[in-house]
Ligand binder design. Structure first.
Ligand code: C2E
Ligand code: MG
Ligand code: MG
Length: 763
């Protein structure tokens, strides 16, 4: 790690270029899609426009066709009327009956489906009299005959029913619900109408009239046309409009036909809008789809590499984070903490203030783990991490570097809060209760070691903080201690000892010495206590008071204790095999007692050594009895089941209650040396010894005075009726061989009558 920024900020050139490239390709793709879509719109508009034009010209063509075919129909009808007029003119002495015959002969009714009637109307001698009309046509028309006649008679709807007008006139007429379209022509005897009115009156024969069914006419005219409506409006009455075909339309073509009839052709032409033309819509949709696909293809092809780079960059960031952070709490891990410390130290070396490191260790975290389970322990660590993080400035670092070990690095910023202040805040913050899953509330304390410096290296600073932490733990936990140079030698010494202790078993550096305990009435040996000795290769003999606490803290005591028990039991069994009636006592630490398999372990050791359980006494200090009363009580009862004896060692130092003692399966109380030979061996403690002995008697527990160094102390114990005693006055701890001699002597004292027979073969 060369640069802290490279750690925190994850500077990554690929990671920065990649999004820029990605944006470039996205822009190109969007432009392509837009251009393609634009072209599609223009093309679709063209298509729609062409379609509209085609539609309009198609309509015009259809309208022309409609006009032509209608004109043709009308022309046919006009020809028929002209034929009728010619017949009237050319028939000398014209008579209506002859007209009827002519109509029949021409088969006009069959040939002209639209024909309703052909009529002749003759003038009457009196100007005001109704002219006589002869009607010929379809039988259906007959019932309209009277009506038609009347209409013609009264000139209803007839425009110019006058012999003076030589032209064909047409009319539209609605009679009794039947619509007619008609025309009349004035017929004269001369081939051309006379030039004067008097001449025309003289030459006038009558009117020839045709009545046509407009619906049929229009149907005929529309026979080959589709999609258009055709309407005819007469000149006379534009309300009288005859129409056929669809009404809905958006295009109109109007033509004046001959004789004042207006033809209107209506139809639907396509609009110019793109949406009006399905093929335009289809081409637009297709065009846009193709453009988008092309754009997408461009983007994917273009960004394939960019995306791959991005993924790599993301993964790199992720891995870098994982490599430098604690998975459980998300705090910095050891590597990152070390990196931060070394950078802070580098800044400090350039003239900045010293760097402070706080080593925080939770007190009794193992208990939480054991009692509530590991997931609760994890939750607790997360909460602690959050609380610690909440206390610090952004520039500071908090990391987790081990199970329940946290490190805080205070960056040197000049205005820096003192590390002691931060430590006090940490203690306060952690003292707040923490609720674990399952609503369990726990209260934590922590021990903190503080070290600060400038001209040190990272490892050194962290180790100093660790040493201060160790001092805080030893001073009773739940506090902070600032590192001092003196600690280093003391603790380094201890750490060295711990290291050596780990190797001592393998190097056969341990051995046992034995100190007998005696019946005070006859001074015979009752039990022999095994005491551990460590012959250190350079330090010489190390006292158990020095190394036993280290072994307990480091957990080495489990292995060592096993070795002691096995060794002592084998020795006791050997003595007993030689006929020496001796029991053995071993010291058991609270760590051993707490082990779930401890009772089983003792049973196996006894079994292997071939020692009966009653010959073994386990000495447990009073302080470890009171530490976890429930568990200890259960464990002692199991041991009692096994048949071993139990002694309470150093009794009087642990403040155990009488009631509690009563509950326990205790066989011996070993009254602490301080009451016998120590500085507290005053009259007051003599009184206490009396009380303790009396208490033992009440509870039926044997009492033993420890540390008897002179006769007066022995006297006092005898006076107090104490049954057993141990001390330098009676016997010092000695190697097995010397003890054996002592045991033999003791046995001889028990059997003064036959010492030689009972003498033990020398080992
Ligand atoms: P303890 O179990 O109370 O053992 C008695 C200690 O008092 C021994 O010290 C012994 O030498 C000392 N002593 C006996 N008589 C006198 C006397 O008249 N005057 C004085 N001043 N001292 C006397 P030691 O052997 O140094 O052991 C110290 C402690 O270390 C033991 O106290 C015991 O608690 C522990 N220990 C020794 N061996 C073992 C072991 O194998 N396992 C465990 N867990 N603890 C052990
Ligand atoms: Mg002892
Ligand atoms: Mg003792």
């Amino acid at each position: 790690m060369k640069d802290s920024e490279s750690v925190g900020g994850m500077h990554n050139p690929a990671g920065q270029k990649a999004p820029r490239r990605l944006r470039g390709w996205a822009l190109a793709a969007i432009l392509l899609a837009l251009a393609g879509s634009g072209i599609s719109v223009v093309a679709a508009a063209r298509t729609a426009d062409n379609a509209a034009q085609r539609s309009r010209s198609a309509f015009r063509l259809t309208a022309e066709q409609a006009k032509a075919s209608l004109g043709l129909e009308v022309q046919r009808d006009a020809d028929l009327l002209s034929g009728a007029a010619a017949f009237m003119q050319e028939t000398p002495g014209f008579h209506p009956a002859a007209f009827r015959r002519w109509v029949a002969d021409t088969r006009a009714v069959a040939r002209y489906p639209e024909l309703i009637a052909l009529a002749t109307t003759e003038p009457t001698p009196h100007a005001n009299a109704c002219p006589r009309t002869t009607l010929a046509g379809k039988p259906a028309i007959v019932r309209y005959e009277a009506v038609a006649q009347q209409a013609i008679c009264h000139g209803k709807g007839v425009v110019a029913l006058s012999p003076l007008d030589p032209k064909i006139v047409d009319f539209g007429l609605s009679l009794g619900g039947v619509h007619f379209l008609g025309a009349s022509i004035a017929v004269y005897r001369t081939p051309t109408p006379p030039g004067t009115a008097a001449g025309r009156r003289r030459a006038f024969i009558g009117w020839a009239t045709i009545a046509i069914d407009p619906a049929t006419l229009l149907r005929e005219a529309r026979r080959h046309l589709t999609g258009v409506g055709v309407a005819l409006t007469t000149r006379i009455d534009d309300r009288l409009t005859f129409a056929a075909g669809p009404r809905a339309h958006n295009a109109v073509s109007t033509t004046r036909l001959a004789n004042g009839v207006t033809e209107t052709v209506t139809g639907t032409v396509q609009g110019e809008s793109i949406l009006a033309d399905s093929s335009a819509v289809a081409s637009l949709a297709g065009g846009i789809a193709v453009s988008v696909l092309l754009a997408l293809t461009l983007f994917l092809l273009g960004t394939g590499r960019a995306r791959a780079m991005r993924i790599v960059a993301d993964k790199t960031d992720e891995l870098a984070f994982q490599a430098l952070h604690d998975a459980l709490t998300g705090l910095a891990n050891r590597a990152l903490v070390m990196d931060r410390i070394s950078h802070a130290l580098a800044r400090c070396g350039r003239g900045g203030p010293p760097v402070a490191v706080l080593f925080v260790d939770l007190d009794g975290f193992k208990n939480v783990n054991d009692t509530f389970g590991h997931s609760a322990g994890d939750e607790l660590l997360r909460t602690v991490g959050e609380r610690l993080g909440g206390l610090l400035r952004a520039s500071d670092t908090v990391g987790r570097i081990g199970g329940d070990e946290f490190v805080i690095v205070l960056e040197p910023e000049g205005n820096g809060t003192s590390p002691e202040l931060v430590a006090r805040r940490v203690l306060t913050a952690l003292a707040q209760p923490i609720t674990l899953p399952g609503e369990f509330e726990v209260r934590l304390t922590a021990s903190i070691g503080i070290a600060s410096g400038c001209q040190v290296d990272t490892e050194e600073l962290l180790r100093d903080a660790d040493l201060a932490l160790y001092a805080a733990k030893r001073a009773g936990k739940s506090r902070y201690v600032v590192f001092e140079a003196a600690m280093q030698t003391a603790i380094a010494d201890r750490l060295g000892l711990e290291l050596d202790l780990g190797r001592a078993l393998d190097h056969n550096e341990f051995h046992l010495v034995y100190q007998p305990t005696f019946r005070l009435d006859d001074l015979r040996v009752s039990t022999v206590e095994a005491l551990l000795r460590w012959q250190h290769p350079t330090r010489g003999l190390v006292a158990p008071d020095v190394f036993i606490p280290i072994a307990e803290e480091s957990g080495l005591i489990l292995e060592i204790g096993h070795w002691v028990a096995a060794q002592a039991c084998v020795q006791a069994a050997a003595w007993r095999a030689r006929g020496l009636d001796v029991a053995i006592a071993i010291n058991v630490s609270s760590r051993q007692l707490a082990e779930p398999g401890f009772v089983q372990e003792v049973a196996e050791i006894l079994e292997e050594a071939g020692l009966e359980p009653a010959a073994l006494t386990l000495e447990i200090t009073e302080t470890s009895l009171v530490r976890e009363p429930k568990r200890v009580s259960a464990r002692l009862h199991e041991l009692r089941e096994l048949g071993v004896r139990i002694a309470v060692d150093d009794f009087g130092t642990g403040y155990s209650s009488l009631a509690y003692l009563r509950e326990l399966p205790v066989d011996v109380l070993k009254i602490d040396r301080s009451f016998i030979s120590g500085p507290a061996s005053s009259d007051e403690s003599a009184a206490l010894v009396n009380t303790l002995v009396a208490l033992g008697r009440t509870l039926q527990i044997e009492t033993l005075g420890e540390g008897i160094e002179d006769a007066s102390q022995l006297r006092r114990l005898l006076d107090a009726n104490c049954e057993f005693g141990q001390g330098f006055l009676l016997a010092r701890p000695q190697p097995a061989k010397q003890i054996e001699a002592l045991l033999v002597a003791s046995a001889a004292r028990r059997n003064p009558v036959k010492p030689s027979e009972d003498s033990i073969p020398a080992s």
